[in-house]
Design a protein around this ligand. Structure first.
Ligand code: GAR
Length: 196
């Protein structure tokens, strides 16, 4: 990121949900050291957890196996995160759908998605954009609501699809945009420039 992120108000504390490699988490850890209160997720071996540990941030892993249904799992996940007293939860590559049981527990939940929503909602958004042959796709940061990838948009930026692009090459260009928009959205939220 070329620009230095702005400082958050001192008492801003947020949680990050991640299931994967955690490059978006890393952008948040780098931009806002001391403000990420906990990293939580469903995948014990997610590299995101390793990034959290390296940054000295607590990790809460909740194994979906053993829960009756999604609501029970979400209630446990929410309980674990709520113990850290956060004002915001950020979905950064969290690959499970969150139910109202979770969403209602926090003042706001942000999410980053690799498409220009409402196009290509759901999983494999980049792969599907390439399969359709669009000339551009992009990144959206939005507040999460119960309907998947349908909440109010906080930031959105187009990224062109180039001839010969594969999922990997396109993702490589989408990632820096995701990181910049997500870091900006967290500042927008804590400074009151956006509200749910
Ligand atoms: C990101 O591309 C993010 O937009 C996507 O998962 C990736 C996680 O990367 N999220 C979704 O598709 C949510 N539906 P990361 O683990 O390197 O941050």
């Amino acid at each position: 990121m070329s620009e230095r992120p702005e400082d958050l108000p001192e008492d801003s504390r947020f949680a990050v949900l991640a299931s994967g490699s955690g490059s978006n988490l890393q952008a948040l850890l780098d931009a806002y050291p001391g403000h990420v209160a906990v990293v939580a997720g469903d995948k014990e071996d997610a590299f995101a957890f390793e990034r959290a540990r390296l940054a000295g941030v607590p990790v809460e892993h909740v194994n979906p196996i053993g829960f009756e249904d999604r609501k029970d799992f979400d209630r446990e996940l929410a309980d674990r995160i709520a113990a850290y007293d956060v004002a915001l939860v950020v979905g950064a590559g969290y690959m499970r759908v969150l139910s109202a049981v979770f969403l209602e527990r926090f003042p706001a939940v942000l999410n980053v998605h690799p498409s220009l929503l409402p196009e290509f909602k759901g999983l494999h958004a980049v792969r599907r954009a390439l399969a359709v042959g669009v000339g551009q796709t992009g990144v959206t940061v939005h507040f999460m609501v119960e309907e998947v990838d349908a909440g109010p948009v906080v930031a959105r930026e187009a990224v062109p699809v180039l001839p010969g692009d594969t999922e990997d090459t396109l993702l490589e260009r989408l990632h820096p945009v995701e990181h910049r928009l997500l870091v900006g959205a967290v500042a927008d939220y804590f400074t009151g420039r956006v509200m749910v």
